[in-house]
Design a protein around this ligand. Structure first.
Ligand code: ADP
Ligand code: MG
Length: 257
């Protein structure tokens, strides 16, 4: 037996309330390097809130987050970025009037040694990372509001790749995309996984769940219903967890790879 690897992320007994609403109640979840964990549940289940706490967008009411086995104090998005955590949301958080290059470096611009913007290097580096994701992506100097959903998603994912995400949160990344663009995002997930990136994938898409994830965690009304190896459960059992909060009979939960 090999020693169990240290998880990239461990979220332990996490709670978050908004006024009287218990958005996340005592949820524990983890993620290993090169692993995709699908996070499932109806709208309002608490998925985004849980991930926003990991991304430093919301403070945690109680509980603990460990990154590579060490307790981490993630209070702001910058804290999360320092831990190698990057997020991609369905409502792509891009600045519509800026072009793809400017969006890639937004808030993290490269500077020359004279502390001026290093436009030359930003342009060259951006083209490299965009083309790695999509060879046909040429209009990198057009305001992103004029780009397709797939091209916008390339920009969002490039932000994660360029800044060396070790932990990627994808919150419904294909919800606004067509079939071809959805397939592209799937390929990217596989590529990042092969590079050892750990990915939390929030999705409602069952083909994505079964095609991409290693484990799945289901939430309902702020609580964790269960975490299972994806190959251990059938689609109707997953739907039973999502809809009725019912754990599948005779199936063991798993918190390791
Ligand atoms: N910023 C907020 N302020 C108040 N309530 C919120 C906020 N964000 C989420 N909630 C509430 O928390 C619960 C969980 O929401 P959310 O995490 O968005 O669920 P999901 O992503 O699973 O659809 C819902 O009841 C939602 O209305
Ligand atoms: Mg959500």
């Amino acid at each position: 037996m090999t020693e169990p690897r240290t998880p990239l992320v461990e979220m332990r007994n996490i709670r978050k309330a908004f006024g009287g609403v218990h958005a996340v109640e005592d949820v524990s979840i983890n993620l290993y390097p090169g692993e995709v964990v699908a996070l499932l549940g109806h709208n309002g289940a608490g998925k985004s809130t849980l991930m926003k706490m990991l991304a430093g967008a919301y403070p945690i009411d109680s509980g603990e987050v460990l990154i590579n086995g060490d307790s981490a104090q993630i209070r702001t998005p910058v804290d999360a970025q320092r831990c190698g955590i990057e997020s991609i949301y369905q409502t792509l958080a891009l600045a519509d009037n800026l072009d793809a290059v400017a969006n890639l470096f937004l808030g993290r611009e490269l500077l020359t040694r004279w502390n001026t913007l290093d436009d030359h290097r930003m342009d060259a580096d951006a083209r490299k990372v965009f083309h790695r994701l999509n060879k046909n992506f040429k209009n990198v100097r057009t305001p992103v509001r004029r780009l397709s959903g797939g091209q916008r998603q390339v920009v969002a994912i490039s932000r994660a790749i360029y800044f060396n995400a070790k932990i990627l949160i994808m919150d419904e990344p294909t919800a606004a995309l067509g079939p071809e663009e959805t397939a592209m995002v799937g390929n990217l997930v596989r590529q990042l996984k092969a590079e050892g990136v750990g990915i939390f994938l929030i999705t409602h898409d069952m083909p994505d769940v079964f095609g991409l994830s290693d484990r799945l965690s289901v939430m309902k009304n702020g609580k964790l219903v269960g975490t299972y190896r994806t190959t251990d459960v059938a689609e109707d059992e997953v739907l039973g967890m999502i809809i009725a909060g019912k754990q599948p009979e005779g199936k063991a939960q798993t918190h390791t790879l």
